[in-house]
Design a protein around this ligand. Structure first.
Ligand code: GLN
Ligand code: ZN
Length: 765
């Protein structure tokens, strides 16, 4: 490679990103794949939409002035699934499906006969990937045709293509062993041969660079990652006929793994300088390798401080051979562009807020401006730098970011504010006040969200339905849900959440300090997109958010109705969060807003309040060293949100999973009176784990799986309850499904809940 390296210096690049979103600026891909699944369009039409989205994405980068463009980050569903397909590692159960695309979608979504791959979170983001399964009989084999075709497609359009693939270490670290196979990472040598072949194939296309993504190198997901990285990339960089190799890391500091890569012949490394540090790069001994410096945040929405970013770049440049500017990670995690956010232009406050933001298109421009300034000096890009400075100054002085009353409350917080009477004392007060039977039956909050409910919400949004009519429509829905629960004979009722579009957005729309975008969609998984609210300022709750709905529901029944709120950690996890203060302060502000709501609910006569925290585990930092601090502030925030009520008011929480792992101690520390969890699929084993973590409060292990339309029988649920009673005494056990019911049909819900109540009665007697 070395002579080649000297002569192809012109192929050096200066401005790029590790990858881009692919759902389409108007979610064209979502509509196209869903139409394909429904049989309304054919594969050729889907292919045309895909090609158009790729072309549009590449053009955005080209127009911004980038000189190396990632190719291969497009996907019809998920990039990890694409990699599994490329490596011949789709599960054997889809092998019988002849059509390639249908086989691929079967692995992603399942069919009547085939269960799909599991899905889980992509590192600490809100994107979910499909977990490849590696069995003892998995034989890897390379089929790079999709990537090679995309390279040809890009080059035909004159795009300076840099193919991107997920690396062997990350692919295996993200996979799971099935059927008794050894840990997938033990198969790394099998993959080195395939990746060598892949590198030769890419080399044959004539592109100068390949990017191999290895985000696993910022984690402690396995021991000896530095040694492994060195070994793998020594071998891959020895392949003849290969293009230059850029090993791309993101989502954290690569630390000693950079030093390991420095000892190999790879030609460049990509580093995240938003969550990682310039010191790691300086200390890694990278010699003349290209460093692709991710100084523009690829996963949050704030405009970059260009002066600070340039200072970082200049410092890094002193220690390395060559430097290119980039985002910290793929812009998959942020919306496409600010241009549809016309709501922001309506008011001065809105226009100001707009100036603080940068979605993907705006980030591409920031990268280009920084690359230009690095080459020609700041003066050459004075306009961009001035605009960034003005935005930063306006953000620093905007009154919405520092609200005196919020700051005073925060400063006055003491441990008393997050400490309730010990649980045993509360239990007594609650038993006296509520008088509930043992094995109390309840549900998690939502009831089926019918098409009519969604239509009414939409009509209210556009003004087609006026406020009073909308209210009446939702009240009618609540009345039906209350009547249904009484008919079924549940003990603790809920209002059913018909008024909520989303459990975070519903609250964000009513809290000060949040902005809800018009078109800020990001892919969550497959064709599913979410529109995270932007938490930009100090958070406060101007008015009650749920009290009217809950008290209306309570007015219809003598049984207790549970108030339903989303917890501070989950609100943070599913929003874009301000980056100008520690998360702990932001979390406490949100916690105080939720606390105000719990207090108002209590005052209105609501004696049971559930504060959902399904995202508690999601925000867990990638590195073990950072976890204790996170769990500490997360638990404290929940407790601030819930400790403002009297002993007799019962606090519930709900978590959507049962593999608690490292958060199990934190769940006990939340100190909720009642915790409902997923358990139907894990057969109650989780109760023993909770016990050993010192959890002594009441618990509602989900007794059936709401993710399936199947109606569980009374016998099955009775059996689950008996299993649960082996671990928990009857006076601590609640009976509930394992999550909200909004995705189910009313007839399924009624049948399943009737069986659940019958099972509870059978076990009680
Ligand atoms: N209360 C919410 C519901 O029932 C909880 C949703 C969740 O756990 N993600 O829908
Ligand atoms: Zn849930």
């Amino acid at each position: 490679m070395s002579d080649d390296r000297a002569t192809t210096h012109a192929s050096q690049f200066t401005a790029t990103v590790p990858g881009i979103a692919r759902i389409g600026a108007d979610r064209e891909l979502k509509r196209a794949v869903e139409s394909y699944w429904a049989g309304r369009i054919d594969a050729a039409e889907l292919g045309r939409v895909g090609a158009e989205i790729r072309r549009d994405g590449w053009n955005r980068l080209r127009r911004a002035g980038h000189d190396s463009i990632p190719v291969g980050t497009f996907s019809y569903y998920d990039q990890v699934l694409d990699t599994a397909e490329m490596l011949g590692a789709l599960p054997p159960r889809v092998a019988g499906i002849d059509d390639r695309l249908d086989r691929y979608f079967a692995a992603a979504r399942g069919t009547d006969d085939v269960t799909p791959l599991e899905m889980t979170k992509w590192f600490d983001t809100n994107y979910h990937y499909l977990v490849p399964e590696i069995g003892p009989d998995t034989r890897f084999s390379l089929d790079a045709s999709r990537l090679v075709d995309e390279i040809a497609e890009a080059r035909a359009l004159g795009v300076a293509a840099r193919p991107v693939v997920i690396g062997p270490i990350t692919f295996l670290a993200l996979a799971k062993a099935v059927d008794g196979a050894d840990a997938p990472l033990t198969r790394v040598d099998d993959l080195i041969g395939l990746y060598s072949e892949l590198l030769r194939l890419i080399g044959d296309t004539g592109v100068p660079w390949v990017q191999i993504d290895e985000p696993t190198l910022v984690t402690d997901q396995a021991d000896g990652l530095a040694e492994l990285a060195e070994r793998v990339y020594r071998e891959l960089s020895a392949v003849t006929g290969r293009p230059r190799i850029l090993v791309q890391t993101y989502f954290g500091d690569a630390g000693d793994r950079l030093t390991a890569l420095a000892r190999t012949d790879v030609d460049g490394v990509g580093v995240d300088l938003v969550s990682g540090t310039a010191e790691s790069v300086a200390g890694a001994g990278l010699g003349d390798k290209l460093v692709v410096a991710g100084v523009v945040d690829g996963r949050n929405v704030w405009r970059t401080d260009l002066d600070q970013a340039l200072t970082t770049l200049e410092a890094v440049r002193r220690d390395v051979g060559a430097l290119a500017v980039s985002t910290s990670c793929s812009t998959l995690h942020v919306p496409y562009s600010l241009s549809p956010e016309t709501d922001l232009d309506g008011t001065d406050a809105g226009r100001t807020l707009r100036g603080w933001l940068a979605f993907a298109d705006e980030k591409f421009a920031e990268v280009a401006a920084l690359a230009g300034a690095l080459a020609d000096g700041r003066q050459a890009h004075a306009a961009e730098f001035d605009a960034a400075r003005r935005a930063l100054a306006s953000r620093a002085t905007d009154p919405r970011l520092t609200v005196g009353a919020v700051r005073d409350r925060l400063a006055a917080l003491t441990a008393d504010d997050w400490t309730r009477t010990p649980a045993a004392g509360r239990r007594k007060a609650q038993d006296d006040a509520l008088g509930l039977p043992a094995l109390t039956t309840t549900t998690i909050g939502s009831y089926p969200q019918t098409v009519e409910i969604r239509k009414a919400r939409m009509a209210a949004r556009t003004g087609a339905l006026d406020e009073a009519a909308y209210r009446a429509r939702m009240q009618q829905e609540i009345a039906e849900v209350i009547a249904l629960q009484e008919r079924i004979g549940l003990d603790v009722l809920v209002h059913g959440e018909p008024e909520r579009n989303d459990m975070v957005q519903y609250f964000a729309e009513q809290l000060d300090g949040f902005f809800a975008t018009r078109n800020g969609w990001v892919q969550s998984y497959g064709s599913r997109c979410v529109r995270p609210p932007i938490l930009f300022g100090d958070v406060a709750r101007p008015e009650p958010m749920t009290v009217d709905w809950i008290t209306y529901a309570q007015s219809l029944t003598d049984r207790p109705v549970k108030g339903m709120l989303t917890g501070p950690v989950t609100i943070l996890a599913w929003s874009f969060v301000r980056d100008d203060q520690p998360l702990i302060d932001t979390a406490r502000q949100v916690a105080l807003a939720i606390r105000d709501e719990t207090v108002d609910l209590e005052r209105a006569g609501v004696s049971i309040i559930q504060v959902d925290e399904p995202a508690l585990r999601e925000l867990l930092p990638l590195r073990a060293a950072d976890r204790a601090e996170y769990l500490d502030w997360a638990v404290t925030a929940f407790r601030i949100a819930t400790a403002g009520v009297a002993d007799a008011t019962q606090i519930h929480t709900h978590l959507c999973y049962s593999e608690f792992g490292e958060v199990i101690g934190a769940i006990a520390d939340l100190d909720a009176d009642v915790t409902s969890i997923e358990a139907a699929r894990s057969h109650m084993e989780v109760l023993a784990d909770l016990d050993s973590a010192g959890f002594a409060n009441q618990v509602g292990p989900g007794v059936y799986d709401i993710h399936s339309p199947r109606v569980p029988s009374t016998e099955e649920i009775t059996e689950s309850l008996r299993e649960a009673l082996a671990a928990v005494t009857a006076d601590r056990l609640w009976v509930n499904p394992d999550c909200g019911l909004k995705t189910r049909r009313t007839d399924e819900v009624e049948a399943a809940l009737r069986n659940m109540v019958a099972a509870a009665h059978a076990v009680r007697t």
